[in-house]
Write a protein that binds this ligand. Structure first.
Ligand SMILES: Cc1cc2nc3c(=O)[nH]c(=O)nc-3n(C[C@H](O)[C@H](O)[C@H](O)COP(=O)(O)O)c2cc1C
Length: 260
């Protein structure tokens, strides 16, 4: 049973699961990340969830100071006064948090990394040894939310998400946020391409995201069938590389023509 079920909010007599998405793309509402989040949340709402999408680049979130006051002087609370206090409460009162970020140099974006660092007050400084003999933090909050990860990247190779996977599996291994599902889209910029030939492919992928959102609400997981479909490349690698190179050549040419 998912820990998340304890925090469902009673709205008009109906128990609703609360899902908060964090969009960590610096491109905010114009990002591919946002398209992915919105489709996922739409499927989640259809399945009965209550959802919110936070655009991180519109918030003021400073770097973690590394002072560990949240582990000693002000247990469970960060001493920095910025927008993180409100977001922290939102996350902790959610059933599921969606961490969504494009791949930047293999990992999450800078703003998403700051956000993750600032979740430190949710952990307890004490360590314990797990069954495999690996040291882990002891839980501070009993009912941490579940976690869904959404990402897209510019390269066609799904291997680009390997560091991403390891960051979120590390977070999961600390016993706090439980990793429920991961959605990784290589060839991400294609979702924004306005091309008749691609429209069916894009519509199918978008509907898979909605399906995934519904499945996570119902089962706290994405079914193997949906996951396999989500992981198929949108178009063959060689075609993607050809399209990408043509796009950048045309963009550079347009700039040259502007100055001619
Ligand atoms: C600074 C920077 C670093 C990037 N690093 C990678 C990378 O390591 N691997 C990759 O596949 N794409 C990389 N990209 C491309 C983005 O992941 C890609 O453009 C993505 O579609 C942007 O998503 P968004 O619209 O949601 O922000 C990088 C882009 C930027 C601006």
């Amino acid at each position: 049973m998912c820990r998340a079920t304890h925090r469902r909010e009673d709205v008009e007599g109906i128990k609703k699961m609360k899902i908060t998405a964090i969009n960590g793309s610096p491109r905010g509402l114009n990002s591919t990340t946002n398209i992915m989040i919105e489709e996922f949340l739409s499927g989640a709402r259809e399945a009965g969830a209550q959802t919110e999408n936070i655009i991180l680049c519109e918030k003021k979130i400073q770097d973690c100071l590394g002072c560990f006051s949240c582990w000693s002087k002000t247990p469970g609370k960060c001493v920095i006064k910025d927008d993180m206090a409100e977001l922290f409460e939102m996350i902790m009162s959610s059933d599921i948090t969606v961490f969504a970020s494009p791949v930047y140099v293999g990992g999450v974006t800078g703003i998403m990394k700051n956000f993750i660092d600032r979740l430190l007050p949710a952990t307890d400084p004490h360590l314990k040894m797990d069954r495999d003999g690996i040291a882990r933090h002891v839980n501070q909050h009993e009912n941490h939310p579940g976690m869904v990860v959404i990402s897209n990247c510019g390269f066609p190779d799904p291997d680009c998400f390997k560091y991403f996977r390891s960051i979120f599996s590390f977070i999961d291994s600390q016993g706090g946020l439980k990793l429920l599902a991961e959605i990784y889209l290589s060839e991400g910029p294609l979702l924004q391409v306005n091309d008749q030939g691609l429209s069916t492919i894009i519509q199918i992928y978008r509907s898979l995201l909605r399906k995934a959102g519904g499945e996570v609400v119902k089962n706290q997981a994405i079914s193997t069938k949906t996951q396999i479909e989500l992981e198929k490349p949108l178009i063959p690698y060689d075609l993607y590389i050809e399209m990408g190179n043509k796009y950048w050549n045309e963009k550079k040419q347009a700039k040259t023509n502007e100055h001619a």
